[in-house]
Write a protein of this length. Structure first.
Length: 23
């Protein structure tokens, strides 16, 4: 379950601020 939540969170981060990760 934790892995699924982490995957969901990662998807949100990529969707909301993929550019921020590059910076």
């Amino acid at each position: 379950v934790a892995r699924e939540e982490a995957d969901d969170l990662k998807a949100q981060v990529e969707d909301a601020g993929g550019e921020i990760e590059l910076q």
